[in-house]
Design a protein. Structure first.
Length: 271
C-alpha cells in the first residue's frame, strides 16, 4: 500500500488520469490524498469530481477555496466569473449528489505525523488547535447552517483571526486561514498576496517560515500557492505546481517522498 499526496487539480482531469497511470495507482490498495481546489479554471471539473467521489475511502480530500466557491455558486450566493469553468458540474444530471458529497468533505486531514490542509496554518495554532478549529467549520458546512455560513464567507466581514471571535465571523476567519493563507505577519495577520515568496509584502513571511510556528512538529501538506511551486522541506510538502497554469500536476509518495509529475493536458480525454 502507498499513499500519494497530490497537488491542486483544478479540473485538469486528463493530467490527473495520466499521473495516476504513471504511478500505477491501485485504489484497491493505495490511497490518494488531495490538497483541495479539485475544481475550476481547468477543462473538466465534472470528470474530476466524479472520479474522486467514486474512489470512496481510497480518496482523502480537503476543501480549497475554489471548491467552496462552487458550493456558493450552486446556492446562488455568488455568480460565475469569466474565468470559471464549473458550468459542467452545475448542469450535470448528478449535480445534487456531487455537491452533497463535496459539502461533506473536511477542511483538514490529520493522520500520524501528517496534517493536510489546502493553504496553511496560522503560526499561533498548534496542530490540535488547527484540527479543533477546522472541525467547527466542517460541522457547519455539512449541516443545516451551510447556506448562511457560505453567505457570510463570501459576503460578510473578513476579520483577522482572534480567539475571541464568535459566530460566522469566527468560522469565516478560520476558513480564510485554512483555504487562503500564503503570507502573514508574526501575529498571524493575513495578506492577499499571491506572488513569489521573495516579493512578499513588508512585514510578511510565508506562513511556514514564521519563527516559532507552533505546528512545526508535524509535516504539513498544502497547496494553493502556484507561484511557490513544488516546495519540499523536512516538515513541509507544498504541492501546487501550477498544472492549471500550463505547468505540472505533482504527486508525492509519502513513504519515500518520491516525486512524480505530469504535464498539463487539455484534451478532455482524447489521445
Amino acid at each position: 500500500m502507498a499513499i500519494y499526496a497530490i497537488g491542486d487539480i483544478q479540473g485538469c482531469a486528463r493530467s490527473l488520469e495520466r499521473l495516476l497511470a504513471l504511478i500505477r495507482f491501485d485504489p484497491s490498495v493505495d490511497r490518494l490524498w488531495c490538497v483541495g481546489d479539485l475544481v475550476n479554471r481547468g477543462p473538466d471539473s465534472l470528470r474530476v469530481l466524479r472520479y474522486l467521489k467514486q474512489l470512496g475511502p481510497s480518496a482523502q480530500v480537503v476543501l480549497g477555496n475554489h471548491d467552496l466557491f462552487l458550493l456558493a455558486v450552486a446556492e446562488g450566493i455568488v455568480s460565475l466569473r469569466s474565468k470559471d469553468t464549473i458550468q459542467d458540474i452545475l448542469a450535470a444530471a448528478d449535480r445534487t449528489e456531487l455537491l452533497e458529497w463535496l459539502r461533506q468533505q473536511p477542511l483538514h486531514h490529520h493522520e500520524g505525523a501528517y496534517f493536510m490542509v489546502h493553504a496553511g496554518l496560522l503560526p499561533q495554532w498548534s496542530i490540535d488547535d488547527a484540527g479543533s478549529l477546522a472541525r467547527e467549520v466542517e460541522r457547519t458546512l455539512a449541516g443545516p447552517e451551510s447556506r448562511p455560513f457560505l453567505q457570510a464567507l463570501f459576503h460578510g466581514l473578513t476579520p483577522q483571526w482572534s480567539a475571541s471571535l464568535t459566530g460566522y465571523e469566527r468560522l469565516t476567519a478560520i476558513t480564510r486561514a485554512l483555504t487562503r493563507l500564503r503570507t502573514c505577519t508574526a501575529a498571524g495577520a493575513l495578506s492577499g498576496f499571491s506572488g513569489s515568496p521573495n516579493d512578499a509584502p513588508h512585514g510578511h513571511l510565508p506562513w511556514f517560515h514564521i519563527p516559532h510556528r507552533r505546528s512545526s512538529d508535524h509535516t504539513i501538506l498544502f497547496g494553493h500557492w502556484a507561484a511557490l511551486g513544488l516546495h519540499i522541506e523536512s516538515n513541509l510538502l507544498g504541492l501546487d505546481s501550477g498544472c492549471v497554469w500550463g505547468r505540472q500536476l505533482t504527486a508525492i509518495r509519502l513513504e519515500d517522498r518520491q516525486v512524480f509529475q505530469m504535464e498539463y493536458a487539455d484534451d478532455r480525454g482524447r489521445n
